[in-house]
Design a protein around this ligand. Sequence first.
Ligand code: PGA
Length: 259
Amino acid sequence: MAEVVIVPSAAAAGVLVAAEIVALIRRNRESVLGLATGSTPLPVYEALRAQVGDLDLSGVRGFALDEYVGIDPSHPESYRSVITREVVEPLGLNPAQVRVPDGSLAGIEHAGEDYERAIRDAGGVDLQILGIGTDGHIGFNEPGSSFASLTRVKTLTQQTRADNARFFDSVDDVPMHCITQGLGTILRARHLVLLAFGAGKAAAVAGAVEGPVTASLPGSAIQLHPHATIVVDEAAAADLRLADYYRYTFDNKPAWQGL
Ligand code: PGA
């Protein structure tokens, strides 16, 4: 089953996950990171900046989960811009080694396949950071997404557009379509680390971790993965039936195991 770690705050989650990423890069300087956007992963990136010290990041490669379709890459809320601003620049990663799905209209028909090939050519993702939407999406795989899906164009739900309206002038400015790694793509990553904070995520987290495995709640795909870690604050953990067991398990975990 997925391992659930309940932490006191988003900042504490960031420190924990960043330490795992640093350990990964120490083992392999050419590690491949799966990068998420949105508010949730920001504490991880912040903690990483604090923890990298003199670690050599020049070999690190990265693949973002998703991008809006038809947005100008230079738009401040394109995921290309967000990844550049929040991850590539602050950590000093090589921008040529960090890819975001290409949401340009020209060539969109084969952008998904191109992205899948690039991930394969890089040897696959070692550690995939994930957030979860209030509707249970991971990446932009909205409810109903096939567990076998690969990178492709999807239509955002009205719920997701409303959730993301805070990044734009109005909900009407949130693009209608996106290109996202599929659930099948995400499940190929060697380690999934899903983070969620706040009461608004409690139902989605409980459904993903303890509910039935169903395309109606795409986050439940994590139950099919041999190495998935869920890091949540108390508010996001509020609906978990086995919360005490998760706490007990983590408190008694051998230190050598890492996350
Ligand atoms: P958020 O989004 O981190 O901004 O809450 C999560 C998601 O939609 O996957």
